[in-house]
Design a protein around this ligand. Structure first.
Ligand code: AVJ
Length: 311
């Protein structure tokens, strides 16, 4: 972490990897975000999933569900219920970076589905995907539009690596936030209650705790805007006054002028075409594209191509 952050904060536009939002406090704040009136993603995705669970399960006929970045882990239950109904539920693997959320989710799921084998892996879903090991009859799940946190250039490689933990014919369901009007998008990241601002600023407390940094949170303000050309929301933290920050464990002293910004998150928005373009030569193809009536959010059903069972 020290090396990673030492490097990212030395860049011309200093930035922080979004995974560091999710300490215990940040994970709770994100949960609060999912209930905000402006944040349409979570409830739209959940309602959509209720509608399509049956065809999704029929398409892949999985016996194992694997969720990447499971967080509080509620959506997976919709699919667990569906699988249980058709008598195919064998196992379920949750992969999340936050240990506390992960162990709580595993415990709750195991209690709710005593006949399934429920298992948690504390890991970064990008770097440690391979820790899943190979298995067939798998349905991989990546909800929440979290794929949007990857830079579009990183997406094909992520899908290529994901395809390798699947057998030919297996399926992958991905939640994708869609391009829409600026006002709607910007409201979702600038909520009236200020929860997103607290979530954003919390990443500085994470650095204070983990790297013994001395960020004064009151010296920064939350910024979130839609970059239409790149089709992404960007979150930043802007220095309200000239600041000097010591980050001893990263061997770094940061000098920020007033108005200088640190990028903390990209949240890319897609269309069906821009998303499908990211799948070329990844071993996955877009089989179905489900959206809500307002076309706010999509669930993309991908299928592992190729004859070779593992590669
Ligand atoms: C969890 C990455 C999907 O990008 O919308 C919410 C995180 N950031 N509000 C998103 C987030 C600010 C969220 N993802």
């Amino acid at each position: 972490m020290a090396a990673e952050i030492g490097k990212s904060l030395r860049a011309p536009l200093p930035w922080l990897p979004s995974k560091y939002f999710y300490d215990d406090r940040g994970s709770v704040l994100f949960e609060e975000i999912t209930h905000l009136p402006e944040y349409y993603q979570t409830r739209t995705e959940e309602a959509l999933l209720e509608m399509i669970a049956e065809p999704v399960l029929a398409a892949g006929r999985p016996s194992e569900l694997v969720e990447l970045g499971s967080g509080a882990g509620r959506k997976i239950r919709i699919l667990m219920d569906g699988l249980q109904k058709i008598g195919r539920l064998q196992s379920c693997v949750l992969l999340d970076i936050n240990e506390l959320f992960l162990s709580q989710s595993v415990q709750r799921l195991q209690a709710a589905y005593p006949h399934a084998h429920v298992h948690g892996i504390q890991a970064d879903f990008i770097e440690d995907l391979e820790r899943l090991g190979p298995r067939g009859e798998r349905l991989l799940l990546f909800f929440g539009g979290t794929v949007g946190n990857l830079h579009p250039h990183e997406v094909p490689d992520f899908f290529r690596r994901a395809s390798r933990v699947l057998a030919a014919g297996d399926t992958f369901l991905v939640g994708v936030d869609l391009v829409k009007d600026r006002a709607r998008l910007e409201a979702a990241y600038n909520d009236a209650a200020g929860i997103t601002a607290r979530f954003n600023l919390n990443i500085l407390s994470v650095l204070n705790e983990q790297l013994r940094a001395d960020f004064d949170l009151s010296a920064f303000e939350h910024v979130a805007f839609y970059d239409e050309e790149n089709a992404w929301i960007e979150m930043r933290l802007r220095a309200r006054r000239p600041s000097r920050i010591r980050i001893p464990l990263a061997g770094l002293t940061l000098h920020l002028e007033r108005g200088k910004e640190i990028r903390t998150e990209l949240s890319c928005k897609y269309t069906r075409d821009s998303f499908a373009a990211r799948l070329r030569a990844t071993g996955l193809r877009l089989e179905r594209w489900f959206t809500d009536p307002e076309e706010l959010f999509a669930l993309a059903l991908l299928r592992r191509t190729g004859e070779g069972r593992w590669q």
